[in-house]
Each structure stands twice: as C-alpha cells, then as structure tokens.
Design a protein around this ligand. Structure first.
Ligand code: PDD
Length: 284
C-alpha cells in the first residue's frame, strides 16, 4: 500500500479522501504536474515547479504552499514509498465548495494531492522497439456535445463576465456564436425568426433547447437552426438563452450592443411562459 499526500498529511492511500464537492471533480478546475524519479531523485523538478506556478497563475488559483514545502513533500513521498524509479503526480484543485461556476471565496483552501507511481522509465520495451502511432482529429476540446465536467473554460469565462459586471458569456468561434457558458444561445431576427445553432459537436444538445424549440413550433414561430454571427446580433430584435437552471432567459445587452429596446422581448417572454407551463404539467 502506498503512502499518499493530501493537504499536508501523509496517509495510507485507502485513508485519503476528497469531498464530492471538490472542484477538480466537478469542474476539472484543477492543474497538475508529473515529475519523474530516477535513483530516488526528482528529475527537472524546478521546471515542474515553475510550470505549476504558471498554470496556477493562468487560472487565478491560489496555492498556499511554498516551493520548499513542495520539494520537501516530494522527497518525503519518495522516501516513504521507497521509490527508486517512477513518477510523482501532483494535482491542485480549487477546493471544495457548493457547486457554482463562479470561483468560491478565497477562504476555501485548495486541495493538494500527490502520489507516487512505480514505473520503468529507462528500461522501456516501447522505447526499445519504437512506437506505433495512429492519426486522429485533434478534438481537445471539440466535443462540446458531451456533458463532461471539463468546465474550466466556461468557469473562467463566467468569472470574466462577472468581473465585467455581466451575467454570462457567450462563446464565439470563427465569428459565430456557439453557446453560453452553461446554456444554449438564441436570437430573434427583425422578421420574427428564431435562430439558434444547429446540433453538432460544437454545442451541448440542451434538453431545454429541444423542449423550447417544440414550444416555438407549436406557437408557429419560424425556426432556423444554423450558426449566427455577431453582426446578426447587432440587428436582432431579441436574444435569449435556455438551460435547465435558467429555463428561457432573455438577454438584453451583449457587449456594447443593446438588443431590441433593451428590455426582455415578447418572444422570449412568451416562450418562457409556455415552457414553464408545459414542463410543469409534464414533470414526473
Ligand atoms: N448547463 N450548453 C452548455 C455548455 C451547458 O453546460 C448547458 C447546461 C446547456 C443547456 O443544457 P440543458 O438545457 O440540458 O440544461 C447548454 C447546466 C445547467 C449546468 O452545468 O449547470
């Protein structure tokens, strides 16, 4: 049984526990390093430390543990596990707090875990025979259709929105809106057409989206499922988002663009009403 490190303590691996509310688990709101160990010594440790500090700073995460302590902890772990050759994995997450895309208050301590892994790094059969590699599309992270907890970017975008005094951020790719941080995005054109991005790997297929589109159809609203641009937002009559946590949620300003007359529009209001009514009736 290995000895692992968790928040300052060295414990047997079966005694190390992390909260189910840990943001590393819920949002992938975490960064990590892997340091090689050869002959019981850390390889390129300073480089790993520097990159860790950079990663932490890039996502505005605070780790209240200094470099000397981290080095000492690595060494103690190597010793406790009698590790001669292998790896040390270190992960820092933004700690445990009630689930919220916004960062928790700074009083929440980050979670720091480390463990060792024995591995033959030098005497490697693969390195001996050479690797077989296949080509795949680089989809990191282009699979937004999967409801993964890989939410770090939406978390950062949502926090940026908050900093700007806004409620949410809509994400743009090649000049087209994809979706909100945790919702699907829509506009209503001047001629009353509802436009929302078509389903693909570019967006999460919102459950609310599908139900709301059905409501719109029943209300005989013209629907176009296609990407829309920032230019189109400028001339839109209305905008709104949908999600399980926001239902139909009107948008009245996007960056410096006032949408319609700057008030929630009639289409969004009506859809919200109808959606809430029908979904309440059908709830099980
Ligand atoms: N978010 N797009 C993204 C990226 C989302 O995270 C969500 C949901 C939606 C809307 O999906 P639905 O209509 O099924 O709620 C679209 C939920 C609310 C969340 O993570 O909290």
């Amino acid at each position: 049984m290995r000895t692992v490190y968790i928040n300052g303590n060295f414990v047997p691996e079966n005694e190390a526990t992390i909260s189910v509310f840990d943001r590393g688990f819920l949002f992938a709101d975490a960064v990590y390093e892997v340091t090689a160990v050869l002959g019981g010594k850390l390889v390129d440790f300073q480089g790993h430390l520097t990159r860790l500090r950079n990663s932490l700073s890039e996502i505005s995460m605070v780790l209240d543990v200094d470099d000397e302590t981290l080095l000492a902890a690595h060494r103690k772990l190597v010793e406790a596990n009698g590790l001669d050759e292998g790896l040390i994995y270190l992960q820092v997450s933004r700690g445990a707090a009630d689930r919220d895309f916004l960062f928790p208050e700074t009083t929440v301590p980050s979670t720091l875990v480390m463990f060792t892994q024995k591995k033959n790094l030098i005497d490697s059969p693969v390195a001996q025979r050479g690797q077989y590699v296949i080509l795949v599309d680089d989809e990191r992270w282009s699979r937004r259709d999967i409801k993964t907890v890989q939410l770090l970017y939406p978390v950062l975008a949502k926090n940026l929105a908050k900093k700007e005094g806004a409620d949410d951020a809509w994400m743009v790719e090649d000049g087209f809106i994809t979706e909100g941080c945790s919702n699907n995005a829509y506009i209503v054109t001047k001629d009353g057409t509802l436009v929302t991005r078509h389903l693909s790997t570019d967006i999460l297929p919102g459950i609310t989206r599908s139900a709301v589109l059905k409501c719109a159809k029943d209300l005989q609203i013209k629907i176009e499922e296609r990407p829309f641009t920032i230019e189109e937002i400028k001339s839109a009559q209305e905008a709104f988002s949908t999600s399980a946590s926001g239902f139909v949620n009107p948008v009245v300003r996007i960056d410096d663009m006032k949408i319609g007359d700057g008030e929630p529009g009639p289409v969004a209001k009506r859809l919200r009403e109808v959606y809430i009514q029908t979904s309440t009736e059908m709830a099980i």
